[in-house]
Design a protein around this ligand. Structure first.
Ligand code: FE2
Ligand code: FE2
Length: 130
């Protein structure tokens, strides 16, 4: 079972951005798989770290693209990126200290919702200005 099924309606029509989004979906699916198969806390923490790293690099690339465009919601969009980065980093920090304090299934559901909503709504919003 695939946790998040990539759908072409997720595409914003920019090669680099679409590749990034597919990669984010893949890493989230990998996280799901590791949780599902009972990988160790360390192996799960590593995947969360990988996800954070890729999220940050993706946001940098994306922001650079829309900052140079006439997209009107730049500031709001950057705030959304900042919020999610902080949320995921906080989760990762707690998980590193005490994995039992984190409900990883809830985190996965949250990531799935956030990712698909953000790509479908916020990211589609700047696409036409690129
Ligand atoms: Fe975004
Ligand atoms: Fe994005």
């Amino acid at each position: 079972m695939t946790f998040i099924q990539w759908n072409d309606t997720y595409k914003v029509g920019h090669k680099i951005v679409d590749f990034d989004h597919m990669t984010l979906v893949n890493i989230t699916n990998e996280l799901f798989l590791r949780v599902d198969r009972g990988f160790s806390d360390e192996e799960i923490a590593q995947t969360i770290a990988l996800l954070i790293d890729y999220v940050e690099r993706h946001f940098e690339r994306e922001e650079e693209l829309f900052l140079n465009s006439d997209y009107p919601d730049k500031d709001k969009h950057r705030e959304m990126h900042k919020d999610i980065t902080k949320t995921v980093k906080d989760i990762a920090k707690v998980y590193r200290t005490d994995p039992s304090a984190i409900n990883i299934s809830e985190v996965l559901d949250f990531l799935k919702k956030w990712l698909t909503n953000h790509i479908m709504k916020a990211d589609q919003g700047y696409a036409k200005y690129l």
